[in-house]
Structure formats: structure tokens, C-alpha cells
Design a protein around this ligand. Structure first.
Ligand code: UDP
Ligand code: MG
Length: 317
């Protein structure tokens, strides 16, 4: 019998863990010829999430859990889950029921048929989301797809089900700055897109503030495109060309009409403009350098504090 591992990153999800398990387990029980294991990854929650998961694991044989030493972020939690998943297939799902478990049979069927290596969910609307957030999100997808050769699908959720082969490919990408939407696409394989409408959180609160999302978007661009560096170089070249023409103009004017003392305010404006552009480009360079710095340190993506479940003895990782 094939095995399916469902990976669930959880950060302060005490309000939703139980409901998530109940809803998903009942769907999974109906999946033909598949044994399901749930792998909850507690991402350093400060509420009762871990306790609830542990209780669940005591009751249910198919629940395993990992717990981080602190909050490492959803990307790290997904990576840890994929690393520890034992199934022939692995799926990633949010704990807040925004990823409808009812789609699981369709996803599994697509991958099992052999026609696809991965089935992923994309939402076709952003109902219930603040309009400003939606607008920025849409602009982000437009921008990153112009800048990067890796296709990042607008509205793609992290909810997807994939084969062991694809999981292994993802695990080979051990970068520290992880942007999964890009990584899933970068590794390739045949992906079936299943569309759904936006579902609102079943309880608790979103862990993403606008600022956190903005930083994540920048991470995504830096991780999957070097276009900003090219833009900085082109901008530099264009300014050099402009200043060359300006110099020629000044020399000709001097020779033809003689010197002039006025013009310093415009000079100050130009100096300020150029200085600003220089700092801006240095900032772009700095971003790449900072990411490189973080990568070369080769720090682990996450640190486990404890793990357990699967009716085994719980213990330190
Ligand atoms: N999450 C996590 N670590 C974090 C932030 C979020 O593991 O630092 C998990 C969270 O518990 C949830 C999923 O990632 O299962 C999606 O988070 P959330 O629902 O807050 O994001 P949104 O759906 O609002 O984009
Ligand atoms: Mg959510």
C-alpha cells in the first residue's frame, strides 16, 4: 500500500490544529489504497500548539511531530517536514484549513495516474483579503515573473502533493534563504494546477504582517533573479552617457559664449540625484551580498528540540 505524508507547519495554531486533523483525517480515511501519516511541525509556537499535537499523537497512530527550538519560519518548517516525511507521496498543508482537505483525493489521483509528478492548488480570487494587500501581491507576481526565468504562479498556494522523486529533488536545494514558490517551480516536473476559491482562516490569526510579506517578496526576487543587479548596471551606464553629453555641451558653450558663474543650484540637484542613485544601487548590491553572507555561513535551516509520535517513544531530537 502506498504511503502519503501530510506535512503541516504550525506556528501558534492552538485554535485550529484539532479541527484541521479531524477534517483532513476523515478525507484521508476515504482515500483508496493509501495509508496516511500526518507530520506536524511545531515552528517554535509559544501557545499550546505543541501540547495539542502531542495529545493528538498519543491518541492517533498516524500522527508524528517535530518541534523546533525556536520560530524558524514556515519555509524551514516545510523543509523539515519534507526531510522527515516517509511517504511515497508528500503533501504540504496549512494548519488553518485554508487549504481545503476536500481537494486531496483529486490531487492524489492526478499524481497517481502517472500523468503528473505534482498537483498544486492555486486560488483564483483573493476574497476576504485586504484590498491593498491583494494589489501589492498581484504587482509582486507581475514583477517577479518579468525578472525571473523561474515561473512563479500568481495565487499559487503552498498546498501541493508530490512524488517522492520530486521531494528528493527539493531536498537537494539546501539553500538557507528559501522561497518555496520558486523552488517548487525551479525543480521542474509536470505540475497539474487545481483551482479553488479563497477560503478564510478557520480560527486564530494570520502570522504574516504586511511588512513580513514585503520582506518575503524581496527575498523571493533576490533568490530567483539577478535582474536588479543588471538594472543597476544599466542605470549606471545610462548616467555615464548622459554626463558625457553634458560635458561636451559645457565645453562647447565655454568656447562659444565664454564662462558663466550661475548654475550652482542645478549642480546641487544633479549631485544629489547621482548620489541617490549610487546609494540605491549599492543597496541592491548589498542585498545580494547579505544573502550570500548568510548562505556561506551554512547554518542549518532549522534546529529540532524534540520529536515524537507514530506511537513511538517521544524524545529529544
Ligand atoms: N507558519 C509557520 N511558521 C511561521 C508562520 C506561519 O509554520 O513563522 C504556518 C502557520 O501555522 C500556517 C501556515 O504557515 O499553518 C500559513 O500561515 P498563515 O495562515 O498565518 O499565512 P496566510 O495563510 O495568512 O498567508
Ligand atoms: Mg492561512
Amino acid at each position: 500500500m502506498a504511503r502519503l505524508s501530510i506535512i503541516v507547519p504550525c506556528y501558534n495554531e492552538e485554535a485550529t490544529v484539532e479541527a484541521f486533523y479531524r477534517a483532513s483525517a476523515s478525507v484521508c480515511a476515504g482515500l483508496p489504497d493509501v495509508e496516511t501519516e500526518f507530520l506536524f511541525v511545531d515552528d517554535g509556537s509559544s501557545d499550546r500548539t505543541l501540547e495539542l499535537i502531542q495529545e493528538l499523537a498519543k491518541r492517533e497512530r498516524n500522527v508524528r511531530w517535530l518541534s523546533f527550538s525556536r520560530n524558524f519560519g514556515k519555509e524551514a518548517a516545510m523543509f523539515a517536514g519534507l526531510e522527515h516525511a516517509k511517504g511515497d507521496y508528500a503533501a504540504v498543508m496549512d494548519a488553518d484549513l485554508q487549504d481545503p482537505p476536500a481537494l486531496l483525493p483529486e490531487l492524489l489521483e492526478a499524481v497517481r495516474s502517472g500523468e503528473y509528478d505534482c498537483a498544486a492548488v492555486r486560488r483564483v480570487d483573493r476574497k476576504g483579503e485586504p484590498p491593498i494587500r491583494s494589489w501589492f501581491a498581484r504587482q509582486f507576481y507581475k514583477l517577479i515573473n518579468k525578472m525571473s526565468r523561474t515561473e512563479i504562479v500568481d495565487g499559487a498556494r503552498d498546498f501541493r502533493l508530490m512524488t517522492r522523486q520530486m521531494v528528493n529533488a527539493i531536498l537537494r536545494l539546501t539553500e538557507y534563504n528559501r522561497f518555496s514558490k520558486g523552488i517548487f517551480s525551479w525543480v521542474g516536473f509536470r505540475t497539474k494546477w487545481v483551482e479553488t476559491v479563497n477560503v478564510e482562516r478557520s480560527g486564530g490569526e494570520s502570522k504574516w504582517s504586511f511588512f513580513k510579506l514585503l520582506l518575503y517578496a524581496l527575498d523571493g526576487i533576490i533568490a530567483f533573479s539577478t535582474a536588479p543587479l543588471a538594472i543597476a548596471s544599466v542605470l549606471g551606464l545610462a548616467l555615464c552617457a548622459a554626463s558625457f553629453f553634458a560635458i561636451v555641451f559645457v565645453i562647447v558653450r565655454q568656447l562659444v559664449w565664454g564662462g558663466s558663474a550661475f548654475g550652482w543650484p542645478s549642480l546641487v540637484c544633479i549631485i544629489l540625484l547621482i548620489a541617490g542613485i549610487q546609494l540605491f544601487c549599492m543597496g541592491i548590491l548589498g542585498q545580494y551580498l547579505a544573502k550570500t553572507y548568510l548562505e556561506v555561513k551554512k547554518r542549518p535551516i532549522y534546529i529540532l528540540r524534540e520529536s515524537g509520535g507514530g506511537n513511538s517513544d517521544e524524545g529529544k531530537a
